[in-house]
Design a protein around this ligand. Structure first.
Ligand code: HEM
Length: 160
């Protein structure tokens, strides 16, 4: 959902790609030291943090580079298949990401943090759905990367 003309995108507000890369670098630094999450990400390639930063950029109104060059929505969804993510792991993921947001100095105004937390709550719950026993289809679905603006985002359903 696009925002009104003249209002910066959430992506611009948070500092663009550079801020997102700092965020995910610090975040995955914590993840790899965390007893609950380290085993989950033990096999992740070193570029993982950057790929997630590119995904988040597209979600928050930045360039559509994940769609153009990293496989788009279906690739992201497919990377969670069969992982059986637990609620404890999801909560820890959020907690470490919010710690990282403070550490790298993302804006802390209530509006930005509310939109940010709204997407992260939804996205982590979707990661659990895809990682679980009955995931939605992930190939050729035509699903697009969700876009999060300042306003309410409409309910999302996988296509196909
Ligand atoms: C808003 C929440 C989330 C977002 C935006 C997200 C985003 C992504 C993206 C974009 C990828 C694919 C990276 C690539 O293109 O190479 C990925 C992979 C992955 N995600 Fe997530 N994710 C989220 C939540 C979670 C949670 C809660 C967990 C587990 C606790 C998780 C575990 C993983 C794992 C294990 C991979 C595969 C890493 C690999 O390539 O080995 N994700 N995620």
């Amino acid at each position: 959902m696009s925002d009104a003309p003249g209002i910066p995108s959430v992506y611009e507000w948070m500092g663009g790609q550079e801020a997102l890369d700092r965020l995910t670098e610090v975040f995955y630094g914590h993840v790899h030291k965390d007893p609950v999450l380290a085993p989950v990400f033990a096999g992740a390639p070193t570029e993982h943090a950057h790929h997630v930063a590119i995904w988040l950029a597209e979600v928050f109104g930045g360039p559509a580079d994940y769609t153009a060059a990293h496989g788009g929505h279906d690739h992201m969804a497919g990377r969670h298949l069969g992982r059986g993510i637990t609620e404890e792991q999801r909560r820890r993921w959020i907690s470490l990401l919010m710690d990282a947001a403070d550490e790298v100095g993302l804006p802390d105004d209530p509006e930005f943090r509310a939109v940010f937390a709204y997407y992260i709550e939804w996205g982590t719950r979707m990661a659990l759905v895809y990682s679980g026993p009955n995931p939605p289809p992930v190939e050729g679905t035509g699903a697009t990367v969700p876009r999060w603006g300042w306003n309410q985002t409409p309910p999302w359903q996988p296509k196909g």
